[in-house]
Design a protein around this ligand. Structure first.
Ligand code: URA
Length: 241
C-alpha cells in the first residue's frame, strides 16, 4: 500500500482482522470466511484475508449482508415489552437475542437496565468505559420516561416529584429534573439518576402507580418514530461528549 499522506498513518488492517474485530468469529473462522469468498468490499469479492483495508468508513458484506466498520459498537434498540436486560434472563428472553450474532459476539451490553415490561430506548455497547460514562451518577445523563399512571395525575403529585421523594433504600430524596402532565393519566418524567425501579417507586411514593412505562430519550438520543419495537440502529459514539 502507498505511504500515508498528511503525517498520520491511516488505520489499515488485514481483512480477516477487521472481521474479527467486528464479531465475525475467531481469527481462524474469519480467515476461512474470507477465503471462501463470502466477503465483499466495494461490491467485489475479496478472498485475501491478509489484504489490508483502511477501516475509516469501510463497508463490507458477509454472506450478502452489509456491515459498516465501527471501532466501538454503540446501538439503539427499541426494546419491546417481554424482554429482560439481564445477561442471565430468568423469565423472558434477553434483549441481546434481538441483536445479530456479530454484535453479541462483540460483547455488547445494555447501558443500564429497563424492566421486562418497560418499552423504548435502550442503548447497548461493547465499550465498558462508555457504559460507565453513561450510567455514572456524576454525569447526570438525562433519561425521559413516558408514564401511564393508574390514577389521575394531579398537580400535587407533579410538585412532589419535582421537589423530591424519599425511596425506601436511601434517605436522600430523589427528584425529577422535569415532570410534565400530558393528560389525565400520563406524564413525561425526566430523571438524571438510574436507581432500581426508580420511576415505579417514585410514582408509588406520591400515591400513584405505573401502568405502562416507555423510555423516549437517553442523553442526546431520542427514539426515532420510524424504528419499530424489536429493531435497532447504529449510533455514533462521537455524540458522547
Ligand atoms: N424506572 C422503572 O421503574 N423501570 C424502568 O424500567 C426504568 C426506570
Amino acid at each position: 500500500m502507498g505511504a500515508p499522506q498528511g503525517g498520520r498513518a491511516r488505520d489499515e488492517r488485514p481483512l480477516a482482522d477487521i472481521l474479527f474485530s467486528q464479531g465475525f468469529g475467531t481469527r481462524r473462522e474469519c480467515a476461512v470466511r474470507v477465503l471462501s469468498g463470502a466477503v465483499t468490499v466495494g461490491g467485489q469479492v475479496q478472498d485475501d484475508p491478509a489484504r489490508p483495508w483502511p477501516v475509516a468508513g469501510l463497508r463490507f458484506s458477509v454472506d450478502g449482508v452489509e456491515w459498516p466498520f465501527h471501532a466501538t459498537a454503540l446501538v439503539l434498540l427499541h426494546k419491546p415489552a417481554g424482554y429482560e436486560c439481564s445477561q442471565r434472563p430468568r423469565h423472558h428472553p434477553s434483549v441481546l437475542s434481538l441483536l445479530p450474532e456479530p454484535l453479541r459476539r462483540r460483547g455488547v451490553q445494555p447501558v443500564g437496565r429497563l424492566d421486562a415490561d418497560t418499552t423504548g430506548l435502550l442503548l447497548l455497547t461493547d465499550d465498558g468505559a462508555l457504559i460507565h460514562r453513561l450510567t455514572s451518577p456524576k454525569h447526570h445523563e438525562p433519561k425521559v420516561y413516558e408514564v401511564t399512571a393508574r390514577h389521575p395525575v394531579d398537580a400535587g403529585q407533579i410538585e412532589r416529584l419535582l421537589a423530591g421523594v424519599v425511596l425506601d433504600d436511601d434517605p436522600r430524596p430523589v427528584r425529577a429534573a422535569a415532570a410534565v402532565r400530558t393528560d389525565a393519566h400520563n406524564l413525561s418524567l425526566t430523571l438524571t439518576e438510574g436507581k432500581y425501579h426508580q420511576v415505579k417507586r417514585m410514582l408509588a411514593a406520591v400515591g400513584n402507580r405505573v401502568e405502562a412505562l416507555h423510555r423516549s430519550a437517553f442523553g442526546p438520543w431520542t427514539l426515532d418514530a420510524t424504528l419499530p419495537p424489536g429493531q435497532w440502529r447504529w449510533l455514533s459514539a462521537d455524540q458522547v461528549s
